[in-house]
Design a protein around this ligand. Structure first.
Ligand code: PEP
Ligand code: MN
Length: 355
């Protein structure tokens, strides 16, 4: 893969972290200007606001379109902040350029679509504007890199990646699963590409912004894109995940930025991947144990024995064989499963013996 990058070279882009802040959507001129003035008073230098909003279902607020672009231009003229918006089609690109938008970002639903990406790339030929690429909605690093390659091949060298998490049917605490190993691997493969974390869309709830920002800083991310609104609860889109400029400033003031140059240390990045994988193993084990307790309850109700030897041998053989196919010693794998089984039986016994 050949991606030729140039530094972003924007006012503030060397700050660690550099921050892009602003509302999910540009709703009214007043909302845009009030939010921007408050952000500017705290020293924020890059403003975001969605003008075209991709909505999962029809009927929601889909953005004000071109009407909102003069509001962004006014933000730039009055506050001096750089302005950014999401583009999803060549027409969006053309309009954004017409109103002097400084930074374009591409949304997660668009970066997942190579046809859309190629059309946008073609419309950017010969244009020198920074483009920030959100990860595609599905956890596919190659698709994410491919989207950036298309833009790069059009001649755009000032690129950054935005990590906004990945859709999952399994709703846990996050709106979009962070799957940190994916941006970590991106960083390992493209050490010069700035990576920005979007805690608002990962978390989906304002309480998660602070811990997610801290985690991104600990992993060596360069920037943050955070949704901020002058009256978050009244927002027309993504109300639950927005914070006021004051709260955002407070959250960022508490961040601990470790002075650690992890970027060039491949081993460091690989170790972070190991930590992420181990974390995943522990989560899966915990899930397995909770299913075992469920089985315990079932067996108790139906008067079945806890230990069912046939089933036990079947698990050991199946996983042993799978292990050797994956290049591991089958005895080693069987041993792991013996230990897992032992703990599972213990957990079931606890349930069965409950009064
Ligand atoms: C947004 O930034 O408001 C947005 C729609 O984000 P995403 O593409 O990450 O869902
Ligand atoms: Mn949003």
């Amino acid at each position: 893969m050949d991606i030729e990058l140039k530094p972003l070279n924007l006012p503030g882009s060397d700050d660690r972290p550099f921050v892009i802040a602003g509302p999910c959507s540009a709703e009214t001129e007043e909302q845009v200007m009030t939010t921007a003035r408050q952000l500017a008073s705290h020293g924020f230098r890059m403003f975001r606001a969605g003008v075209w909003k991709p909505r999962t279902k029809p009927g929601g607020f889909e953005g004000n379109g071109e009407t909102a672009l003069p509001w962004l231009k006014r933000v730039k003229e009055e506050t001096g902040m750089l302005i950014s918006t999401e583009v999803a089609t060549p027409e969006h690109v053309e309009l954004a350029l017409k109103y002097d938008v400084d930074i374009l970002w591409i949304g997660a639903r668009t970066s997942a679509n190579p046809f859309a990406m190629q059309a946008i790339a073609d419309s950017l030929k010969g244009v020198d504007i920074p483009v920030f690429m959100k990860n595609p909605v599905n956890p596919d690093l190659e698709l994410w890199i491919g989207a950036m390659e298309r833009i790069n091949q059009a001649g755009v060298k000032r690129l950054a990646a935005i990590h906004r998490g990945f859709s999952s049917y399994e709703k846990k605490i996050y709106r979009n699963l962070p799957m940190w190993q994916i941006p970590i691997e991106l960083r390992r493969r493209m050490p010069d590409l700035p990576v920005i974390c979007d805690p608002s869309h990962i978390g989906g709830r304002r309480e998660l912004i602070a811990p997610l920002c801290q985690q991104a800083m600990d992993l060596g991310f360069d920037g943050l894109m955070v949704e901020s609104h002058c009256a978050p609860d009244a927002a027309w889109s993504d109300a639950k995940q927005q914070v006021t400029p004051d709260v955002l400033n407070y959250i960022l003031s508490l961040l601990v930025i470790r002075d650690e140059k992890v970027v060039t240390e491949g081993i460091h990045m690989l170790r972070k991947q190991i930590d992420e994988i181990d974390n995943g193993i522990m989560e899966l084990l915990a899930k397995r144990m909770s299913v075992c307790r469920e089985i315990g309850r079932y067996k108790k109700e139906h008067n079945m024995t806890v230990l069912q030897t046939v089933r036990y041998n079947e698990i050991l053989d199946k996983r042993g064989a799978q292990g050797s196919l994956a290049g591991m010693d089958s005895e080693f794998v069987k041993e792991i499963f013996e230990h897992i089984h032992e703990e599972s039986v213990r957990q079931q016994m606890e349930i069965v013996n409950q009064k």
